[in-house]
Design a protein around this ligand. Structure first.
Ligand SMILES: Cc1cc2nc3c(=O)[nH]c(=O)nc-3n(C[C@H](O)[C@H](O)[C@H](O)COP(=O)(O)OP(=O)(O)OC[C@H]3O[C@@H](n4cnc5c(N)ncnc54)[C@H](O)[C@@H]3O)c2cc1C
Length: 387
């Protein structure tokens, strides 16, 4: 046996899981196909409690910008809603440094990290996963384990190879530019733009990283994301007239909710591979950290007792808070996704900043529904779908 546990993927979920397993004294390796951490595009926004979930202090070195609130713009941009302070405080991370810090914690706890090690397939015997076939520096190698954590994100080889119900997973395509020489006012406020002309079935984000640099991206369904993003940038010369794109990336974000089962025999999935993203916001860093942490604890428990059924504690614990938030946010997404621009403008004129935060994050949805029920059009179009 090479390791007690193997974790595939060195993103927030995998690094957190490895740290938890290693901390309890077990041998664990993280296998990562890329040559560096944090290469995947990300808008890098997290709520301030993400550091608590990561069990790290919010060191300024890991943060590009402090978020004091948000502007959410309906199609009629003049009616933007301001969400300030309170629960919307957060950070624009320097995600690569944040991942290095998570990796440091995992290694300090005793984890091994193998970079440029791509998992190609999973071998199983009598329904139990036993080893992985990996390619590293051109050589194929077999790595054996007692327990396996699939934290390999969207398109997970582990989810597919172990027969998890990935048909549940629904992806929204995104494109993001990192732009320099932007002139974005109030850099501590993130900006979200909605509407069928701006981003059909999605939204545009403008998150300043500092005085001159921003993550500018879009998620849309059924339309070409790049066309819409370029159009948005052109129509906002006040921010981008003299700005240039220095990095372009993107990828799918799972917005269809958590997949039906995230544990199978001696294998667990966590993070994007399990669909653990807040569907409306597309935020998956904190949800993945929480999942990695709980999955890692459950694997350690199963190793300590020699009882794989202990893995069942992970989905149970996760669903108490995160699973329920993901589910409620998905319901809200389904309720608002077919609204016309007119409906969105109406919604924008009625909801407050706190209402938007609660709806998007699947928090106090019942309170917002009660408010919408008092408005005849919104009661019909949205509130009744949320009951
Ligand atoms: C454009 C964009 C913007 C986003 N913005 C935000 C945001 O502002 N805030 C937020 O909270 N979330 C955001 N997200 C979502 C967030 O990035 C993810 O939800 C989060 O990173 C998921 O973490 P993870 O550890 O599950 O997976 P990932 O971060 O995707 O990590 C998976 C790792 O597995 C590795 N891997 C994959 N396959 C293999 C293999 N076969 N063998 C070995 N290694 C493998 C990958 O290289 C990767 O390093 C954004 C996503 C996108 C695409």
């Amino acid at each position: 046996m090479d390791y007690d546990a193997v974790v595939v993927g060195a993103g927030p979920a995998g690094l957190m899981a490895a740290r938890k397993i290693a901390k309890r004294g077990f041998t664990v390796a993280v296998l990562e196909r890329e040559k560096d951490l944090g290469l995947r595009a990300c808008a890098e926004a997290v709520s301030s409690s993400a550091f608590q979930t990561a069990e790290m202090s919010p060191s300024p070195a890991l943060i590009s910008n402090n978020i004091e609130g948000a502007f959410v713009f309906p199609p009629n941009e003049g009616n933007g809603v301001k969400i300030a302070g309170g629960s919307y405080k957060g950070y624009i991370l320097n995600k690569q440094l944040f991942l290095y810090a998570l990796a440091k914690e995992a290694v300090a706890a005793g984890s091994d990290i193998l970079m440029k090690c791509e998992v190609k397939s999973v071998k199983a015997s009598n329904g139990t996963a036993t080893s992985l076939i990996c390619e590293r520096k051109g050589d194929l190698r077999e790595i054996t384990f007692k327990f396996l954590v699939g934290a390999d994100g969207v398109g997970s080889v582990i989810a597919r190879g172990c027969g998890f119900p990935i048909e549940d997973s629904e992806l929204i395509p995104t494109i993001q530019y990192v732009m320099i020489n932007c002139t974005i006012p109030e850099k501590n406020m993130i900006r979200i733009y909605m509407g069928n002309e701006v981003a059909p079935l999605g939204y545009v984000w403008v998150f300043a990283k500092n005085d001159f640099m921003a993550n500018v991206g879009i998620g849309v369904r059924g339309k070409p994301a790049k066309v819409y993003l370029d159009r948005f940038i052109e129509s906002h010369p006040d921010f981008f007239k003299n700005a240039k794109v220095i990095k372009e990336g993107g990828g799918g974000v799972p917005v269809g909710g958590q997949i039906r089962s995230i544990v199978k025999g001696n294998v667990v999935l966590c993070g994007d591979s399990a669909g653990q993203v807040i569907p409306i916001t597309g935020g998956g860093i904190r949800t993945s950290l929480a999942a990695g942490s709980m999955a890692g604890e459950a694997v350690a428990e199963a190793l300590e007792t020699g009882d794989p059924s202990r893995l069942g504690a992970y989905p149970q614990r996760y669903s108490e808070y995160w699973g329920s938030r993901i589910e409620k946010s998905l319901k809200v997404l389904k309720a608002i996704e077919n609204l016309t621009d007119e409906d969105l403008n109406l919604l924008g004129s009625i909801v407050s900043g706190d209402d938007i935060v609660d709806l998007a994050n699947g928090l106090d949805v019942a309170r917002v529904v009660a408010k919408l029920m008092r408005h005849p059009v919104l009661a019909m179009r949205i509130a009744k779908k949320l009951l």
